[in-house]
Design a protein around this ligand. Structure first.
Ligand code: EPZ
Length: 420
């Protein structure tokens, strides 16, 4: 019998104590794909225990890599990569499997994988990925749901200008250009910290990448890469998630192992909402006010702007603020699926296209709600912590993609949460 697990959250308990943050999902995934480029063994520390990481491990094993995990350290030996296809069932496990494309083509000269189908955030087009790889000499046949790619000889370095600073496309281009013939100059590149982390790992393996984290990245192709040891950066979105949980429950919480610079645009928002945020070294302490103030305008933007992944979490928080907050979701075209579920809990939110207007209410009420996607699901858990009564949260497979045992983390800081 198929067991549907749920989180049972009893709201109204303040949080306290301190919480370490696991490694960043959106850095671990491209770094694991990048191990395919190395003729040798890599040791990747601080890999989070997430279903998306498990899916990446399955894909790497299918391609011929030897991998074993010891706690949060993964050792990957990619001496013998023997195939270039990713079976459909593995592709469907994880939307971001497209990031393997650049790595597989660079290593094998061919790749066969299905489209990472449209997911909860709307269609997940990959036109920017394919356009850039074609510019580097990759022949791509798109037919009935999968891509058949091959290149004569090696990919060629070239100048590439992205029409949008896509994170995934930037990662695919880095993975394709690292061992290509000649130099690639990428402009309008994504600047996310996860891009910098990927470039840092690749350079440790012998790549020649300059400018990661800025708008223009120069990659000088090298013959081949050796393995390296790397520690994945902390997950800034997980950190924001627990900050929102503390803010909405009137708590004082210390979050450990964070990178303050990665929270540049977010900390001022929490301060506008009345939280006191103090950072020293890799620790962040948040003290919530009695009642939150609204945040006038939250516009999601490419990094270093406010991250789209934090939109649902901050929205859940300000549903109880004293006043009106306005959100503009500029990155994904349908990333308000959590609004319907928040309304069931008594929130007052109106969505008009990219804009969502949140009128703060005095109370939220526990309800049966369903996670529509990864961050929307985490937002519903945050709302449940502050709601009166019991919230039953389904759709945990979404949440397990991006949070290591959310119920254990929350329980460790005083929340009444259990998974049934
Ligand atoms: C990455 O997705 C993250 N995923 C997302 O996190 C994150 O929300 C997103 O970057 C933006 O920061 C991973 O890193 C695994 P994009 P990605 O390419 O690479 C459009 C989470 O919750 N676009 O920057 O898919 C696209 O439709 C996930 O951890 C094209 O039109 O994001 C979107 O509207 C959710 N054509 C916008 O660009 C393309 O070829 C941003 O996409 C590629 C993207």
């Amino acid at each position: 019998m198929f067991v549907v697990s749920k989180l049972i959250i009893e709201g109204g308990h303040p949080l306290e104590g301190e919480l370490p943050i696991h490694g960043a999902k959106n850095s671990a995934l491209p770094v694991l794909a990048a191990t395919l480029l190395c003729q040798g063994q890599s040791v990747i520390h601080n890999c989070p225990g997430l279903s998306d990481v498990d899916a990446s491990i399955q894909i790497l094993r299918h391609l011929g890599c030897q991998i074993y995990r010891e706690g949060s350290t993964l050792t990957v030996d990619s001496q013998h990569v023997s195939t270039c296809d990713i079976p459909d069932d593995l592709m469907r496990e994880m939307r971001s499997s497209i990031v393997f494309l650049g790595a597989i083509v660079s290593r094998m000269g061919c790749a066969k994988l299905s489209f990472p189908g449209g997911c909860e955030l709307g269609p997940r087009p990959i036109d920017l990925h394919l356009k850039a790889l074609r510019q580097m000499g990759l022949h791509i046949d798109e037919h009935y749901g999968y891509l058949d790619c091959k290149v004569d000889g090696k990919l060629k370095g070239t100048d590439i200008a992205l029409s949008f600073p896509s994170v995934g496309a930037t990662e695919n281009i880095l993975l394709a250009a690292t061992v290509a013939d000649g130099t690639t100059v990428l402009t309008n590149a994504a600047r996310e910290p996860e891009i910098v982390d990927l470039a840092c790992y690749l350079n440790a393996c012998g790549a020649r990448i300059e400018g990661a984290g800025e708008g223009t990245i120069t990659i000088e192709g090298v013959e081949c890469l050796h393995g390296a040891e790397h520690t994945v950066i902390p997950d800034r979105i997980a950190a924001i998630s627990f900050m929102a949980a503390a803010a909405v429950t009137g708590s004082k919480l210390t979050i450990k192992e964070i990178e303050k610079d990665h929270l540049g645009q977010v900390i001022p928002m929490f301060e506008e909402a009345g939280c006191r945020v103090r950072c020293n070294g890799s620790q962040l302490e948040l003290q919530a006010p009695e009642r939150l103030r609204p945040i006038k305008m939250v516009r999601t933007m490419p990094y270093p702007g406010f991250p789209t992944d934090a939109q649902a979490l901050v929205m859940a928080m300000v549903t109880l603020a004293k006043g009106t907050s306005v959100f503009v979701e500029n990155i994904f075209e349908s990333r308000y699926k959590h609004v319907g579920e928040l309304l069931r809990m008594g929130a007052n939110i109106k969505v008009e296209g990219k804009v969502a207007v949140v009128e703060g209410v005095r109370k939220l009420y526990g309800a049966q709600v369903e996670a529509p996607d990864l961050r929307g699901g985490a937002a519903l858990a945050v709302a449940g912590l502050a709601a009166e009564g019991i919230t039953q949260l389904g759709g945990l497979h979404h949440i397990d993609r991006g949070y290591e045992s959310l119920e254990k983390s929350l329980s460790s800081i005083g929340a009444k949460v259990k998974r049934i």
